[in-house]
Design a protein around this ligand. Structure first.
Ligand code: FAD
Length: 407
């Protein structure tokens, strides 16, 4: 290893692990992680659905990410197909669920996936430094780390920072690294929740009788953003796959001091005209609504709670409410609970290959940068793609002396 260039990777999440894996082919790679375990958020992701990526590949992946263009090259060079091939190489076959989400094959647990990645990293010579928290870095490429016993330092030729966002801080991704960056004049944005639940000031009756109940096959709309799926009524509001895609639109409305209002459609497969036809065929009483419109008790309770008496008693007005029940959003759930965050490193600080403009030998990848994507495997795909792309750029520069990739 003596004459090989040294790469310091900070952060043992999917982005850092991916960068380490490719860089280890040519370099002496040291991966520093502040926790006593690598990949804690990755394991947490595995407790839910564990969507490693999505069926979408190539160009079709790109519209899922914002800001537009920021991740394009990385996603095109290392898309879901390439990620799945890489996983197979490590002994992790995957399959596509009906929703397009890609999971590890049945019988392969999240901890199996992590173990296989880690053992592959070990066999490629990556050196792990656990319980090492980055405490400073310099233009001279000296990186200092706090350990439980002392401060240690390492000089590197290149570095890749992959310190994550700020949700679920118990996994290690606490976002405290922003101070280190701000101290060096590198701009960061406050972290905000993404892919999170929403707070709604439910009437007491909804909380008392309906929290914990799902709303299935619904459509939600905020401004022009539409999302179909399922939502769970909780004491504080709504959670679920129909809610998360609306969060960017809700966040933007709050930012412009507007109160976001969700339009809830209980029957997205029926048009308003079709619903009206149902009532024209019957001499309708309010006690018939549930059977005529095929609504469950939760839907009925919500319509009752969010309509005035006059509308509720008029069948055609009621039919309209079935398609368009307006509910105000009080706020987003806290950063700590979100599946992902936006904010963190301002992307204007980065070159197209994710190297820092002020420190070109240091790349910053994964959720620590201010980009966004929905759930469904797109978050992990984004982090893995950035890891690959940053590594390729470093390899390109160091081996071929080609500095094009670094600007
Ligand atoms: C409940 C939940 C479920 C999820 N499910 C999915 C899913 O199914 N599919 C999907 O695509 N995505 C999912 N995600 C999102 C996904 O896990 C993250 O987007 C992804 O882990 C981000 O990877 P990363 O490598 O950028 O950062 P992280 O995984 O957050 O890793 C960052 C690492 O850096 C370390 N670190 C931080 N500061 C320092 C420091 N100063 N010094 C040293 N180390 C440091 C942290 O301890 C951490 O280990 C889920 C997230 C959550 C919370």
């Amino acid at each position: 290893m003596k004459n090989r260039k040294i790469v310091v990777i900070v952060g043992g999440g999917p982005a850092g692990m991916m960068a380490a894996w490719w860089l280890a082919e040519k370099f002496e790679v040291h991966l520093f992680e502040k926790e006593k375990m690598i990949g804690q958020k990755f394991l947490l992701a595995g407790k839910g659905g564990f969507n490693l990526t999505n069926r979408l590949s190539g160009e079709t992946l790109l519209p899922k990410y914002s800001p537009a263009g920021f991740l394009d090259k990385a996603l095109l060079e290392f898309d879901s197909q390439k990620l799945r091939e890489w996983l197979i190489q490590l002994g992790i076959p995957t399959y596509e669920g009906s929703s397009g989400r890609v999971f590890p094959d049945r019988g392969i647990t999240p901890s199996d996936v992590l173990k296989k990645i880690l053992s592959s990293l070990v066999s490629r010579g990556v050196v792990f430094h656990l319980k090492h928290k980055l405490s400073s870095f310099s233009k001279e490429m000296v990186f200092k780390f706090l350990t439980p016993e002392r401060e240690v330092s390492m000089k590197a030729d290149f570095a890749v920072m992959a310190m994550g966002g700020a949700s679920w801080p118990s996994t290690g991704s606490d976002g405290f690294w922003t101070k280190l960056f701000n101290d060096r004049g590198i701009a960061t944005m406050p972290f905000q929740p993404s892919n999170c639940g929403i707070n709604i000031a439910w009437p007491d009756s909804v909380i008392k009788f309906h929290s914990g109940k799902p709303l299935k096959n619904i459509e939600l709309k905020v401004n022009n953003k539409v999302s179909r799926g399922e939502a769970l009524i909780t004491e504080y509001g709504l959670e679920g796959n129909a809610v998360y895609p609306l969060v960017p639109a809700i966040r933007n409305l709050f930012a412009s001091n507007e109160i976001p209002v969700i339009s809830l459609d209980f029957k997205p497969v029926n048009t308003f005209v079709q619903l009206k036809e149902k009532i024209s065929r019957n001499n309708v009483k309010t006690s018939d609504y549930q059977a005529i419109f095929k609504l469950n008790s939760v839907s009925m309770a919500l319509i009752k709670a969010y309509s005035d008496k006059e509308s509720f008693f008029k069948p055609d007005r009621f039919a309209y409410l079935v398609k368009n029940l307006l509910i105000s959003v009080a706020s987003l759930r806290p950063v700590e609970e979100a599946i992902s965050t936006v904010g963190g490193l301002n992307v204007d600080e980065l070159n197209p290959d994710f190297s820092l403009k002020k420190y070109p030998a240091i790349s910053c990848i994964g959720e620590m940068a201010d980009w966004d994507a929905p759930t469904g495997g797109f978050l992990l795909q984004g982090s893995f793609s950035m890891g690959y792309y940053a590594a390729e750029s470093i390899l390109n520069e160091a081996i071929q002396g080609n500095s094009e990739g670094r600007v």
